[in-house]
Design a protein around this ligand. Sequence first.
Ligand SMILES: [Zn+2]
Ligand SMILES: [Zn+2]
Length: 401
Amino acid sequence: MATRTKSRQANTFRNPLLEGVRWSEKCSSRLSLIWSILPQYLRNLIISSAVLFFASAIKGDWIIIAVHLLKQLNGASTNKANEAQRIDSVHSILASYNLHGLTYFLIAAVVGSYLIYFSIGGFIHWYFYIKRRDKAHEWKCQPEKFLSPELELHEIIVGASSLLVVSLFSGIIACYAMNSGKGLTIYYRFDEYGWFWFVAQIGVVFVYQDYSTYWIHRIFHWPWLYRNFHKLHHTYKQPTAFSVTASHPVEIIFTQLVMLVPIVTVPVHWAPFYVVVVYAYCQGILGHSGVNFKSFWWQPWQPDTIFHDNHHQYFHVNFGFNIYYWDILHGTYRLKDRVYSEDIFYGMGKGLSEVPAEVLLSDVVERNLENPQAYRNNVHRYKLEHQEYGQFIVNNKIKTN
Ligand SMILES: [Zn+2]
Ligand SMILES: [Zn+2]
Protein backbone atom coordinates (compact mmCIF):
# COMPACT_ATOMS: atom_id res chain seq x y z
CA MET A 1 0.00 0.00 0.00
CA ALA A 2 2.86 2.36 0.95
CA THR A 3 4.63 1.62 -2.34
CA ARG A 4 1.44 2.26 -4.31
CA THR A 5 0.83 5.55 -2.53
CA LYS A 6 4.44 6.56 -3.16
CA SER A 7 4.22 5.71 -6.85
CA ARG A 8 0.90 7.60 -7.14
CA GLN A 9 2.49 10.64 -5.59
CA ALA A 10 5.52 10.40 -7.89
CA ASN A 11 3.27 10.10 -10.96
CA THR A 12 1.12 12.99 -9.80
CA PHE A 13 4.20 15.15 -9.33
CA ARG A 14 5.54 14.31 -12.78
CA ASN A 15 2.40 15.11 -14.68
CA PRO A 16 1.12 18.71 -14.39
CA LEU A 17 -2.07 17.91 -16.38
CA LEU A 18 -2.92 15.16 -13.92
CA GLU A 19 -2.50 17.71 -11.11
CA GLY A 20 -5.08 19.88 -12.86
CA VAL A 21 -7.82 17.27 -13.17
CA ARG A 22 -7.32 15.87 -9.65
CA TRP A 23 -8.95 18.78 -7.87
CA SER A 24 -10.99 16.45 -5.73
CA GLU A 25 -7.86 14.71 -4.43
CA LYS A 26 -6.37 18.04 -3.41
CA CYS A 27 -9.56 19.20 -1.69
CA SER A 28 -10.16 15.83 -0.04
CA SER A 29 -9.54 16.81 3.58
CA ARG A 30 -11.75 19.90 3.31
CA LEU A 31 -14.52 17.92 1.57
CA SER A 32 -14.26 15.16 4.20
CA LEU A 33 -14.71 17.72 6.97
CA ILE A 34 -17.85 19.20 5.35
CA TRP A 35 -19.16 15.70 4.58
CA SER A 36 -18.73 14.50 8.17
CA ILE A 37 -21.09 17.13 9.59
CA LEU A 38 -23.93 16.35 7.14
CA PRO A 39 -26.81 14.09 8.27
CA GLN A 40 -27.10 10.72 6.47
CA TYR A 41 -30.33 11.57 4.58
CA LEU A 42 -28.66 14.68 3.15
CA ARG A 43 -25.60 12.67 2.08
CA ASN A 44 -27.84 10.16 0.28
CA LEU A 45 -29.74 13.00 -1.39
CA ILE A 46 -26.50 14.67 -2.54
CA ILE A 47 -24.96 11.52 -3.98
CA SER A 48 -28.22 10.55 -5.78
CA SER A 49 -28.60 14.06 -7.19
CA ALA A 50 -24.95 14.01 -8.29
CA VAL A 51 -25.56 10.84 -10.35
CA LEU A 52 -28.73 12.40 -11.82
CA PHE A 53 -26.97 15.64 -12.84
CA PHE A 54 -24.00 13.74 -14.20
CA ALA A 55 -26.40 11.61 -16.29
CA SER A 56 -27.98 14.72 -17.80
CA ALA A 57 -24.53 15.89 -18.95
CA ILE A 58 -22.79 12.81 -20.33
CA LYS A 59 -24.33 13.35 -23.76
CA GLY A 60 -25.26 17.00 -23.33
CA ASP A 61 -28.98 16.21 -22.99
CA TRP A 62 -29.50 18.79 -20.25
CA ILE A 63 -29.77 21.58 -22.83
CA ILE A 64 -32.38 19.70 -24.91
CA ILE A 65 -34.38 18.99 -21.74
CA ALA A 66 -34.19 22.70 -20.83
CA VAL A 67 -35.50 23.71 -24.29
CA HIS A 68 -38.43 21.28 -24.13
CA LEU A 69 -39.28 22.39 -20.61
CA LEU A 70 -39.26 26.00 -21.80
CA LYS A 71 -41.55 25.14 -24.73
CA GLN A 72 -43.86 23.22 -22.39
CA LEU A 73 -44.07 26.19 -20.02
CA ASN A 74 -44.75 28.51 -22.96
CA GLY A 75 -47.76 26.41 -23.89
CA ALA A 76 -46.38 24.77 -27.05
CA SER A 77 -48.55 22.03 -28.48
CA THR A 78 -46.67 20.41 -31.34
CA ASN A 79 -43.48 21.47 -33.10
CA LYS A 80 -45.33 22.46 -36.27
CA ALA A 81 -47.17 25.29 -34.55
CA ASN A 82 -43.93 26.83 -33.38
CA GLU A 83 -42.44 26.87 -36.84
CA ALA A 84 -45.09 29.27 -38.11
CA GLN A 85 -44.18 31.73 -35.34
CA ARG A 86 -40.47 31.76 -36.23
CA ILE A 87 -40.45 31.71 -40.03
CA ASP A 88 -41.28 35.43 -40.56
CA SER A 89 -38.89 36.78 -38.02
CA VAL A 90 -35.58 35.19 -39.02
CA HIS A 91 -33.52 35.73 -42.16
CA SER A 92 -30.02 34.39 -41.80
CA ILE A 93 -28.79 31.21 -43.48
CA LEU A 94 -28.81 29.42 -40.15
CA ALA A 95 -32.32 30.65 -39.60
CA SER A 96 -33.41 29.13 -42.88
CA TYR A 97 -32.34 25.78 -41.42
CA ASN A 98 -34.14 26.66 -38.19
CA LEU A 99 -30.80 27.06 -36.42
CA HIS A 100 -31.04 30.70 -35.42
CA GLY A 101 -28.62 31.48 -32.54
CA LEU A 102 -26.72 28.21 -33.02
CA THR A 103 -23.42 29.60 -31.68
CA TYR A 104 -24.97 30.39 -28.31
CA PHE A 105 -26.51 26.93 -28.06
CA LEU A 106 -23.20 25.25 -28.91
CA ILE A 107 -21.26 27.30 -26.37
CA ALA A 108 -23.87 26.72 -23.66
CA ALA A 109 -24.06 22.98 -24.41
CA VAL A 110 -20.28 22.47 -24.23
CA VAL A 111 -19.60 24.76 -21.25
CA GLY A 112 -22.53 23.36 -19.25
CA SER A 113 -21.64 19.75 -19.97
CA TYR A 114 -17.99 20.27 -19.02
CA LEU A 115 -18.91 22.08 -15.81
CA ILE A 116 -21.15 19.19 -14.74
CA TYR A 117 -18.69 16.53 -15.97
CA PHE A 118 -15.74 17.85 -13.98
CA SER A 119 -17.50 19.14 -10.86
CA ILE A 120 -20.11 16.40 -10.31
CA GLY A 121 -17.90 13.69 -11.85
CA GLY A 122 -15.05 14.89 -9.63
CA PHE A 123 -17.32 14.71 -6.59
CA ILE A 124 -18.41 11.11 -7.36
CA HIS A 125 -14.75 10.21 -7.93
CA TRP A 126 -13.81 11.74 -4.58
CA TYR A 127 -16.67 10.05 -2.72
CA PHE A 128 -15.56 6.54 -3.68
CA TYR A 129 -12.03 6.53 -5.04
CA ILE A 130 -10.38 8.96 -2.64
CA LYS A 131 -12.44 9.09 0.54
CA ARG A 132 -13.06 5.33 0.71
CA ARG A 133 -10.02 4.06 -1.18
CA ASP A 134 -8.60 2.21 1.84
CA LYS A 135 -11.88 0.32 2.37
CA ALA A 136 -12.15 -0.98 -1.20
CA HIS A 137 -13.16 -4.47 0.00
CA GLU A 138 -16.39 -2.98 1.33
CA TRP A 139 -17.53 -1.34 -1.90
CA LYS A 140 -15.43 -2.13 -4.97
CA CYS A 141 -16.21 -4.84 -7.56
CA GLN A 142 -12.47 -5.45 -8.11
CA PRO A 143 -11.03 -4.33 -4.75
CA GLU A 144 -7.43 -5.35 -5.43
CA LYS A 145 -7.08 -3.31 -8.59
CA PHE A 146 -7.35 0.38 -9.46
CA LEU A 147 -6.69 2.19 -12.71
CA SER A 148 -3.15 3.61 -12.77
CA PRO A 149 -2.91 7.45 -12.57
CA GLU A 150 -1.96 7.43 -16.28
CA LEU A 151 -5.12 5.47 -17.18
CA GLU A 152 -7.26 7.75 -14.98
CA LEU A 153 -5.92 10.70 -16.95
CA HIS A 154 -6.40 8.78 -20.22
CA GLU A 155 -10.10 8.08 -19.51
CA ILE A 156 -10.73 11.72 -18.58
CA ILE A 157 -9.07 12.96 -21.79
CA VAL A 158 -10.94 10.42 -23.97
CA GLY A 159 -14.17 11.03 -22.03
CA ALA A 160 -13.88 14.81 -22.31
CA SER A 161 -13.11 14.58 -26.07
CA SER A 162 -16.17 12.43 -26.75
CA LEU A 163 -18.22 14.69 -24.52
CA LEU A 164 -17.29 17.62 -26.77
CA VAL A 165 -18.64 15.77 -29.84
CA VAL A 166 -21.94 14.66 -28.26
CA SER A 167 -22.51 18.03 -26.54
CA LEU A 168 -22.11 19.87 -29.87
CA PHE A 169 -24.64 17.49 -31.39
CA SER A 170 -27.04 18.02 -28.48
CA GLY A 171 -26.55 21.80 -28.87
CA ILE A 172 -27.66 21.53 -32.53
CA ILE A 173 -30.76 19.50 -31.62
CA ALA A 174 -31.66 21.91 -28.81
CA CYS A 175 -31.28 24.90 -31.14
CA TYR A 176 -33.37 23.24 -33.85
CA ALA A 177 -36.08 22.28 -31.35
CA MET A 178 -36.14 25.84 -29.99
CA ASN A 179 -36.43 27.44 -33.45
CA SER A 180 -38.91 25.08 -34.99
CA GLY A 181 -38.61 21.39 -34.30
CA LYS A 182 -40.34 20.66 -37.61
CA GLY A 183 -40.04 16.96 -38.39
CA LEU A 184 -39.56 16.00 -34.77
CA THR A 185 -42.36 13.81 -33.47
CA ILE A 186 -42.12 15.27 -29.98
CA TYR A 187 -45.35 16.68 -28.53
CA TYR A 188 -46.07 18.83 -25.49
CA ARG A 189 -49.76 18.55 -24.55
CA PHE A 190 -49.88 15.65 -22.09
CA ASP A 191 -53.09 14.08 -23.49
CA GLU A 192 -52.35 14.79 -27.17
CA TYR A 193 -52.22 11.04 -27.95
CA GLY A 194 -54.17 9.85 -24.91
CA TRP A 195 -53.07 9.07 -21.38
CA PHE A 196 -52.54 5.39 -22.15
CA TRP A 197 -49.85 6.18 -24.70
CA PHE A 198 -48.36 8.84 -22.42
CA VAL A 199 -47.56 6.06 -19.91
CA ALA A 200 -47.02 3.15 -22.36
CA GLN A 201 -44.34 5.03 -24.32
CA ILE A 202 -42.05 4.78 -21.29
CA GLY A 203 -41.86 1.00 -21.72
CA VAL A 204 -41.76 1.13 -25.52
CA VAL A 205 -38.88 3.65 -25.64
CA PHE A 206 -36.99 1.84 -22.87
CA VAL A 207 -37.19 -1.56 -24.56
CA TYR A 208 -36.35 -0.11 -27.99
CA GLN A 209 -33.32 1.81 -26.69
CA ASP A 210 -31.99 -1.02 -24.58
CA TYR A 211 -32.41 -3.74 -27.20
CA SER A 212 -30.89 -1.62 -29.97
CA THR A 213 -27.91 -0.63 -27.79
CA TYR A 214 -27.42 -4.32 -26.90
CA TRP A 215 -27.00 -5.08 -30.60
CA ILE A 216 -24.89 -2.02 -31.36
CA HIS A 217 -22.60 -2.94 -28.48
CA ARG A 218 -22.45 -6.58 -29.57
CA ILE A 219 -21.66 -5.59 -33.17
CA PHE A 220 -18.91 -3.23 -31.96
CA HIS A 221 -17.39 -6.36 -30.39
CA TRP A 222 -16.91 -7.98 -33.81
CA PRO A 223 -13.13 -8.23 -34.34
CA TRP A 224 -12.58 -5.41 -36.87
CA LEU A 225 -14.95 -2.93 -35.21
CA TYR A 226 -13.60 -3.88 -31.79
CA ARG A 227 -9.95 -3.33 -32.72
CA ASN A 228 -10.61 -0.07 -34.56
CA PHE A 229 -13.24 1.57 -32.33
CA HIS A 230 -14.56 -0.17 -29.22
CA LYS A 231 -11.20 -1.38 -27.84
CA LEU A 232 -10.59 2.19 -26.69
CA HIS A 233 -13.48 1.89 -24.20
CA HIS A 234 -12.03 -1.42 -22.99
CA THR A 235 -8.72 0.21 -22.06
CA TYR A 236 -10.26 0.42 -18.59
CA LYS A 237 -10.41 -3.04 -17.06
CA GLN A 238 -11.46 -1.47 -13.77
CA PRO A 239 -13.94 1.17 -14.99
CA THR A 240 -14.86 4.30 -13.00
CA ALA A 241 -17.74 6.76 -13.46
CA PHE A 242 -15.54 8.74 -15.88
CA SER A 243 -15.33 5.65 -18.17
CA VAL A 244 -18.97 6.08 -19.16
CA THR A 245 -18.17 8.64 -21.90
CA ALA A 246 -14.66 7.33 -22.59
CA SER A 247 -15.51 5.77 -25.96
CA HIS A 248 -14.43 6.40 -29.54
CA PRO A 249 -16.31 9.49 -30.88
CA VAL A 250 -17.65 7.49 -33.85
CA GLU A 251 -19.15 4.88 -31.53
CA ILE A 252 -20.62 7.36 -29.06
CA ILE A 253 -22.27 9.55 -31.73
CA PHE A 254 -23.68 6.47 -33.49
CA THR A 255 -25.20 5.23 -30.22
CA GLN A 256 -26.60 8.70 -29.53
CA LEU A 257 -28.28 8.76 -32.97
CA VAL A 258 -29.90 5.36 -32.44
CA MET A 259 -31.17 6.43 -29.01
CA LEU A 260 -32.86 9.44 -30.68
CA VAL A 261 -34.71 7.50 -33.41
CA PRO A 262 -38.07 7.65 -31.50
CA ILE A 263 -38.13 11.47 -31.63
CA VAL A 264 -38.35 11.39 -35.44
CA THR A 265 -40.50 8.30 -35.90
CA VAL A 266 -43.22 7.96 -33.26
CA PRO A 267 -45.13 10.55 -31.21
CA VAL A 268 -43.33 10.89 -27.91
CA HIS A 269 -43.92 13.41 -25.17
CA TRP A 270 -40.57 14.97 -24.28
CA ALA A 271 -40.92 14.33 -20.52
CA PRO A 272 -41.34 10.52 -20.48
CA PHE A 273 -38.82 10.25 -23.32
CA TYR A 274 -36.11 12.05 -21.33
CA VAL A 275 -37.04 10.26 -18.11
CA VAL A 276 -36.09 7.04 -19.93
CA VAL A 277 -32.92 8.57 -21.41
CA VAL A 278 -31.71 9.97 -18.08
CA TYR A 279 -32.59 6.68 -16.32
CA ALA A 280 -30.45 4.79 -18.87
CA TYR A 281 -27.55 7.21 -18.39
CA CYS A 282 -27.82 7.05 -14.57
CA GLN A 283 -27.54 3.27 -14.81
CA GLY A 284 -24.65 3.69 -17.25
CA ILE A 285 -22.79 5.74 -14.65
CA LEU A 286 -23.50 3.19 -11.90
CA GLY A 287 -22.56 0.31 -14.21
CA HIS A 288 -19.17 1.88 -14.89
CA SER A 289 -18.58 3.13 -11.35
CA GLY A 290 -16.82 -0.05 -10.22
CA VAL A 291 -18.93 0.20 -7.03
CA ASN A 292 -20.96 -2.87 -5.97
CA PHE A 293 -24.41 -1.28 -6.37
CA LYS A 294 -27.36 -3.67 -6.44
CA SER A 295 -30.58 -3.00 -8.33
CA PHE A 296 -33.71 -2.28 -6.30
CA TRP A 297 -36.72 -4.61 -5.92
CA TRP A 298 -38.69 -2.45 -8.36
CA GLN A 299 -36.08 -3.00 -11.10
CA PRO A 300 -36.37 -6.76 -11.82
CA TRP A 301 -34.99 -6.17 -15.34
CA GLN A 302 -31.90 -4.28 -14.13
CA PRO A 303 -28.59 -6.10 -13.62
CA ASP A 304 -26.36 -5.20 -10.66
CA THR A 305 -23.21 -3.14 -11.27
CA ILE A 306 -21.05 -6.28 -11.36
CA PHE A 307 -22.73 -7.26 -14.67
CA HIS A 308 -21.04 -4.50 -16.69
CA ASP A 309 -17.94 -4.59 -14.48
CA ASN A 310 -17.61 -8.24 -15.59
CA HIS A 311 -17.89 -7.01 -19.19
CA HIS A 312 -14.85 -4.76 -18.66
CA GLN A 313 -12.91 -7.46 -16.83
CA TYR A 314 -13.68 -10.29 -19.30
CA PHE A 315 -14.39 -8.30 -22.52
CA HIS A 316 -16.65 -10.24 -24.93
CA VAL A 317 -19.62 -11.17 -22.71
CA ASN A 318 -22.63 -9.46 -21.02
CA PHE A 319 -23.31 -6.96 -23.82
CA GLY A 320 -26.59 -5.62 -22.41
CA PHE A 321 -27.03 -2.54 -20.25
CA ASN A 322 -30.37 -2.20 -18.48
CA ILE A 323 -32.14 -5.46 -19.34
CA TYR A 324 -30.03 -8.56 -18.81
CA TYR A 325 -32.60 -10.87 -20.48
CA TRP A 326 -31.13 -9.94 -23.90
CA ASP A 327 -27.90 -11.71 -22.99
CA ILE A 328 -29.74 -14.75 -21.66
CA LEU A 329 -31.91 -14.80 -24.80
CA HIS A 330 -28.93 -14.64 -27.17
CA GLY A 331 -26.51 -16.83 -25.20
CA THR A 332 -24.07 -14.05 -24.33
CA TYR A 333 -24.76 -14.04 -20.57
CA ARG A 334 -21.68 -14.98 -18.55
CA LEU A 335 -21.61 -18.64 -17.50
CA LYS A 336 -19.49 -20.20 -14.77
CA ASP A 337 -18.09 -23.02 -16.90
CA ARG A 338 -16.92 -20.76 -19.72
CA VAL A 339 -13.68 -18.82 -20.08
CA TYR A 340 -13.77 -15.29 -21.51
CA SER A 341 -10.87 -13.07 -22.53
CA GLU A 342 -10.03 -10.26 -24.95
CA ASP A 343 -8.92 -12.84 -27.53
CA ILE A 344 -12.12 -14.92 -27.39
CA PHE A 345 -14.71 -13.10 -29.52
CA TYR A 346 -18.51 -13.35 -30.06
CA GLY A 347 -19.72 -13.51 -26.47
CA MET A 348 -19.96 -17.25 -25.89
CA GLY A 349 -16.51 -17.81 -24.35
CA LYS A 350 -14.85 -21.23 -24.46
CA GLY A 351 -15.26 -24.33 -22.33
CA LEU A 352 -12.82 -25.03 -19.50
CA SER A 353 -11.44 -27.94 -21.50
CA GLU A 354 -11.02 -25.91 -24.70
CA VAL A 355 -8.44 -23.36 -23.59
CA PRO A 356 -4.70 -23.87 -22.93
CA ALA A 357 -3.78 -24.49 -19.30
CA GLU A 358 -2.14 -21.07 -18.87
CA VAL A 359 -5.28 -19.28 -20.13
CA LEU A 360 -7.42 -21.27 -17.70
CA LEU A 361 -5.03 -20.51 -14.85
CA SER A 362 -5.02 -16.77 -15.55
CA ASP A 363 -8.84 -16.90 -15.73
CA VAL A 364 -8.94 -18.50 -12.27
CA VAL A 365 -6.67 -15.73 -10.95
CA GLU A 366 -8.91 -13.11 -12.57
CA ARG A 367 -12.02 -14.59 -10.95
CA ASN A 368 -10.35 -14.43 -7.54
CA LEU A 369 -9.95 -10.66 -7.99
CA GLU A 370 -13.73 -10.21 -7.93
CA ASN A 371 -15.47 -9.13 -4.75
CA PRO A 372 -18.07 -11.68 -3.50
CA GLN A 373 -19.93 -8.73 -1.95
CA ALA A 374 -20.73 -7.47 -5.45
CA TYR A 375 -23.01 -10.50 -5.92
CA ARG A 376 -26.39 -11.30 -4.35
CA ASN A 377 -26.13 -12.76 -0.83
CA ASN A 378 -22.37 -12.04 -0.97
CA VAL A 379 -21.79 -15.27 -2.88
CA HIS A 380 -19.28 -15.16 -5.75
CA ARG A 381 -21.26 -16.85 -8.54
CA TYR A 382 -18.25 -17.53 -10.75
CA LYS A 383 -15.55 -18.62 -8.33
CA LEU A 384 -13.94 -21.90 -9.42
CA GLU A 385 -12.74 -24.33 -6.77
CA HIS A 386 -9.67 -26.43 -7.50
CA GLN A 387 -11.71 -29.61 -7.93
CA GLU A 388 -13.72 -27.86 -10.65
CA TYR A 389 -10.77 -26.84 -12.85
CA GLY A 390 -7.74 -28.86 -11.70
CA GLN A 391 -8.34 -31.81 -14.03
CA PHE A 392 -8.54 -29.47 -17.03
CA ILE A 393 -5.17 -27.91 -16.17
CA VAL A 394 -3.61 -31.39 -16.34
CA ASN A 395 -5.54 -32.43 -19.47
CA ASN A 396 -5.05 -29.15 -21.30
CA LYS A 397 -1.31 -29.20 -20.61
CA ILE A 398 -1.08 -32.69 -22.08
CA LYS A 399 -3.18 -31.54 -25.06
CA THR A 400 -1.01 -28.50 -25.79
CA ASN A 401 2.35 -30.26 -25.26
ZN1 LIG B 1 -17.84 -3.52 -24.72
ZN1 LIG C 1 -18.46 0.01 -20.57
